[in-house]
Design a protein around this ligand. Structure first.
Ligand SMILES: Cc1cc2nc3c(=O)[nH]c(=O)nc-3n(C[C@H](O)[C@H](O)[C@H](O)COP(=O)(O)OP(=O)(O)OC[C@H]3O[C@@H](n4cnc5c(N)ncnc54)[C@H](O)[C@@H]3O)c2cc1C
Length: 382
């Protein structure tokens, strides 16, 4: 790509979910303004909202987001995931959530909140723009990064990657999977339990989505639950210290260059009144993984056959990092070695909402940390 044809910004943020918006907020607070030509419809005046820094600009930024509108992954979460049933959503920095009706779908409430936030702060967000690749312009470690997108090209001194996991549902491979005559879907495609009425539903996975959906689906039809490992239920309360310990564990993994673990593998499954009721109904009786999928059901570990019309894979997500592949950030441990939010081997790239920061509170903190790191980096590289 020719740098002459690229829109230039000091910092490009990829993704406008909780993590990307937090980064944009902190960039603006530190005196960054929208990158001129690229900031379609968001002039400097708009960006100088109540949270903007005074004085000359510290640099320029732009957020590129693949969605058609605000909300990040919340735009796509199933309608029955209500504000009452999510695990607790942290406020975005600077503007608290308006009053919440617990019965409202998280998808509509949070999309509205994020949209108002972007508008009120005049954040420079372009969408829909999908980043296809990030490459180094040359061998200079303080040089620029080229960003190719579905719309146009950008050139930046640093990239804050905030692309989440929703677009990378993980489907394990099981023998006979292609032979199944019923319906297979991942939780990323789940709409409503009503679709499954009259069919036996197999739910695979040991995380929060699996148990939440088992509870919901079992109210309209029969279900069987399969997990690879015995699920780990947490009997002790999940307090601040427990949250801190869980984050510290994942932080240590990514510092060592290992792939981050799922949240539930470090926190354990947390009992809620609804899950206790589901357990009392026998819905949370877990079976070890089936050995094969057959056209009309699955072969159980004990050799018996279980007929089913639906297999729901609640098997988690992976980080959406395809576009960073040309930078060869992955190390021999299979993960990306990190120093806080900064990629250890490529200080111009920060990952936010990744690993230890893949919660709404973590995403907030990561956005602030990434911006602080980039301010230092840019000051050092002149
Ligand atoms: C079912 C479910 C329920 C959850 N509930 C909670 C909860 O209650 N509380 C909590 O704290 N956490 C919860 N989480 C975790 C939650 O995902 C994170 O906390 C947070 O919402 C993720 O924010 P994010 O900004 O990292 O990612 P996202 O919200 O996924 O935003 C990423 C953005 O990047 C965009 N993008 C992706 N690739 C590209 C690209 N190549 N180019 C441009 N843009 C791109 C996406 O379109 C999206 O807009 C839940 C997760 C799941 C799956």
């Amino acid at each position: 790509m020719s740098a002459e044809t690229a829109h230039r910004a000091d910092v490009v943020v990829v993704g406008a979910g909780q993590a990307g918006l937090s980064a944009a907020y902190h960039l603006q607070r530190r005196g960054f303004v929208p990158a001129g030509a690229a900031a379609a419809g968001t002039g400097r005046a708009a960006a100088e909202g109540p949270e903007a820094a005074q004085g000359p600009p510290a640099g320029t930024y732009i957020v590129l987001d693949a969605e058609d509108g605000p909300g990040g992954a919340w735009r796509h979460r199933w309608k029955s995931l209500l504000m009452a049933t999510v695990n607790g959503i942290s406020d975005l920095p600077g503007i608290p959530q308006p009053d919440v009706d617990p019965a409202e779908a998280s998808s509509s409430f949070l999309t509205r909140y994020f949209g108002g936030y972007e508008h009120d702060l005049g954040l420079a967000i372009e969408r829909p723009v999908r980043v296809q690749s990030v490459t180094r312009e040359d061998d200079d470690p303080a040089g620029r990064l080229n960003i190719s997108t579905s719309r146009s090209k950008f050139s930046a001194r640093a990239v804050i990657n905030a692309t989440g996991t929703w677009t990378r549902p993980f489907w394990p491979i099981y023998p006979g999977k292609a032979s199944f005559r019923g319906r297979q879907l991942h939780v990323a495609d789940y709409v409503s339990a009503d679709e499954f009425r009259g069919q036996h539903v197999i739910v695979v996975g040991g995380g929060i989505s699996a148990v939440g959906l088992l509870d919901e689906i079992s109210k309209v039809t029969s279900t069987t639950w399969f997990t690879r490992r015995v699920p780990l239920w947490r009997e002790a309360p999940f307090d601040r210290q427990a949250g801190h310990d869980a984050v510290a564990l994942v932080e240590e993994r990514v510092r060592q260059g290992l792939p981050p673990q799922s949240v539930v593998s470090v926190t354990g499954l947390i009992w809620t009144p609804a899950l206790r009721a589901a357990a009392a109904r026998g819905v949370l009786d877990r079976h070890p993984m089936f050995t094969a999928i057959e056209p009309d059901g699955v072969r159980m570990a004990d050799g018996s056959f279980l007929a089913a019309g639906v297999i729901l894979w609640a098997t988690g997500f992976r980080a959406e990092l395809e576009h960073l592949a040309p930078l060869h950030l992955r190390g021999p441990g299979g993960g990306i070695a990190m120093d806080g939010t900064q990629v250890a081997a490529e200080p111009r790239v920060h990952l936010v909402g990744y690993g230890p920061s893949s919660s709404t509170i973590g995403a907030n903190r990561a956005g602030r940390a990434a911006v602080a790191g980039i301010v230092t980096l840019l000051a050092g590289s002149g």
